[in-house]
Design a protein around this ligand. Structure first.
Ligand SMILES: [Zn+2]
Ligand SMILES: [Zn+2]
Length: 243
């Protein structure tokens, strides 16, 4: 009888984890650990948003910070980063960069990338974006094909007619179903497992209708979600496309 066991399983305190986060300084366009803070967290804290708050609390700062990997790539919200198994591995180094420094760092890297891309062809630049895109779209069915195409494109050194055509296919995958331009703040729908369009376009659609704009499923408003972490990739695609 459960009454005889007051310390039943549900009464145990939730499991706590800890990890160190390096506070980064940018020296000669490279990340350097200025100091380290130790963050204690629960399973429910294991998201990019919550971990960012935790680091800010540990620093006692109000300035915005960005969490990155050791290469300075922003850690984005995804299936993979929504679990303690991602955050508790201390072999995976995590850096926190103050917002101003992060902008400066990205600008520096962008200039460097641009210089390099002039030598090896614009499509090489895509390579650096693929991991970011993969992480953000792991669970999105119709984005997988686009990512594979991006991978192929990144491997080539010059543009042939066929590759240019593939780049157009990638652009199509991220084309808004409403306004027909490259999505801004892309929205994903669970009814048809599809990237649908810009947040603004989808919200406008929802003003008059409550069915999916692609598959016509009912209760659309409960099925559509913003896809975080794709903005940087889309900004990049836009830039490549206009060049
Ligand atoms: Zn749109
Ligand atoms: Zn749908």
């Amino acid at each position: 009888d459960m009454q005889d066991f007051p310390t039943s399983r549900s009464n145990f305190p939730p499991r706590q984890f800890q990890r160190s986060v390096h506070i980064a300084e940018i020296v000669n366009d490279k990340l350097t650990a200025a100091r380290t803070v130790v963050i204690r967290f629960l399973e429910s804290d294991a998201t990019v948003e919550r971990m960012t708050v935790k680091v800010k609390e540990a620093l006692g700062c109000v300035e915005e910070i960005t969490l990155t990997d050791s290469q300075g790539n922003e850690i984005v919200d995804s299936e993979g980063t929504r679990s303690s198994s991602y955050w508790k591995q201390n072999s995976r180094k995590i850096y926190a960069i103050f917002e101003d420094d992060f902008v400066e760092f990205q600008n520096g890297r962008r200039q460097k990338t641009r210089r390099r891309s002039e030598e090896t062809g614009i499509l090489q630049e895509v390579l650096g974006k693929i991991d970011q895109l993969k992480q953000a779209t792991e669970t999105l069915q119709n984005a997988t094909e686009a990512i594979n195409l991006l991978s192929d494109l990144a491997k080539v050194k010059s543009t042939t007619a066929r590759q240019a055509e593939q780049l157009h296919l990638v652009m199509d995958a991220f084309c808004c179903h409403v306004c027909k331009s490259l999505m801004s703040k892309p929205m994903f729908s669970t009814c048809c497992q599809s990237l649908l369009g810009c947040q603004m376009c989808v919200e406008h659609w929802l003003l008059n209708t409550n069915y999916c704009l692609k598959c016509r499923a009912e209760d659309f408003e409960f099925k559509v979600h913003e896809v975080k972490g794709l903005s940087a990739v889309l900004a990049f695609l836009k830039e490549v496309h206009t060049e």
